[in-house]
Design a protein around this ligand. Structure first.
Ligand SMILES: NC(=O)c1ccc[n+]([C@@H]2O[C@H](COP(=O)([O-])OP(=O)(O)OC[C@H]3O[C@@H](n4cnc5c(N)ncnc54)[C@H](O)[C@@H]3O)[C@@H](O)[C@H]2O)c1
Length: 258
């Protein structure tokens, strides 16, 4: 059975960074369920498992080890993807890290700051630049940046993660800028801004105090399951979003509506 028309991704090639865990696995599955082949990239070996899941869904899954903060690894990843599939239609800039211990800025080391920025911002630059080289030639493409509600608001009312906020805020405005730059070239650049999803980000959500705080802070009173982002992911990857550029979709149980 094929996916309904505006959301159908038959014949498309997608690439998901950070595909070994959490939201990345769900984005990879969503792409395959809607009909796309999937390049699954991550620093973690379990990315091979994600690629196997894609094959089980009847699509081609290619696992690649890649650290998005290393330029030469991103170049090699893009080359392998294009060698294998001949094109690239959809990029999810999803790989990301967050502070494991929230703390105010004056307690940061330079190394801690640089590490978050290298993955969450520099990685988006490397992957977007290389994908755009391919998409500009194709005159089509979809880039979906996985930002955060903390790219649209400060987090310290709940916990301070200033490097993460700085990186995600930059990704939000980069999304606007790339959305404008590439709209005339047939390429849509948009972002997802999730609230609190149950994943391993920042060392995971198992701490009961963390969960209690997050649920109290969220009008819907709960965290989300990663699967709840599938619909928005398919929307941004498909022709359903063709008249949309430089925008954020916020899925946060009401946090930013307060
Ligand atoms: N979980 C949430 O509530 C939430 C909310 C807002 C935004 N996000 C964003 O969603 C994205 C995915 O996070 P998640 O929640 O699934 O977390 P996660 O920790 O479960 O998954 C992140 C994945 O990124 C990979 N990764 C880390 N550094 C990498 C690097 N240098 N190169 C390649 N891969 C790397 C990890 O190995 C892991 O597989 C992140 O960008 C995160 O900031 C998550």
């Amino acid at each position: 059975m094929s996916f309904p028309k505006p959301f159908n991704l038959d014949g498309k090639v997608s690439l998901i960074t950070g595909a070994a865990s959490g939201l990345g696995i769900v984005f990879a599955e969503a792409m395959a369920e809607a009909g796309a082949d999937v390049v699954c990239a991550d620093i973690a070996d379990s990315v091979y498992e994600t690629a196997r899941k894609i094959e089980k869904l009847g699509k081609k899954g290619l696992a690649l080890i890649c650290d998005v903060s290393k330029e030469e690894e991103v170049l090699a990843m893009m080359k392998s993807a294009v060698d294998a599939f001949g094109r690239l239609d959809i990029l999810f800039n999803n790989a990301g890290i967050a502070e494991e211990v929230p703390k105010p800025l004056h307690e940061y080391t330079t190394q801690e700051w640089n590490r978050i920025l290298a993955v969450d911002l520099q990685g988006v630059f490397y992957c977007s630049r290389e994908a755009l080289k391919i998409m500009v030639k194709q005159k089509s493409g979809k880039i979906i940046n996985v930002a955060s509600i903390w790219g649209l608001a400060g987090s310290s009312g709940l916990f301070p993660v200033p490097a993460y906020n700085a990186a995600k805020g930059a990704v939000v405005n980069l999304t606007r800028e790339l959305g404008l730059e590439y709209a005339p070239l047939g390429i849509n650049v948009n972002a997802l801004c999730p609230g609190f999803y149950r994943t391993n980000l920042g060392g995971g959500c198992d701490d009961p105090e963390f969960v209690k705080g997050v649920c109290a802070f969220t009008p819907m009173g709960r965290q989300a399951e990663p699967e709840e982002l599938k619909g928005a992911a398919i929307f941004l990857a498909s022709s359903a979003s063709d008249y949309m550029c430089g925008q954020m979709i916020v899925t946060d149980g009401g946090v930013l509506a307060k």
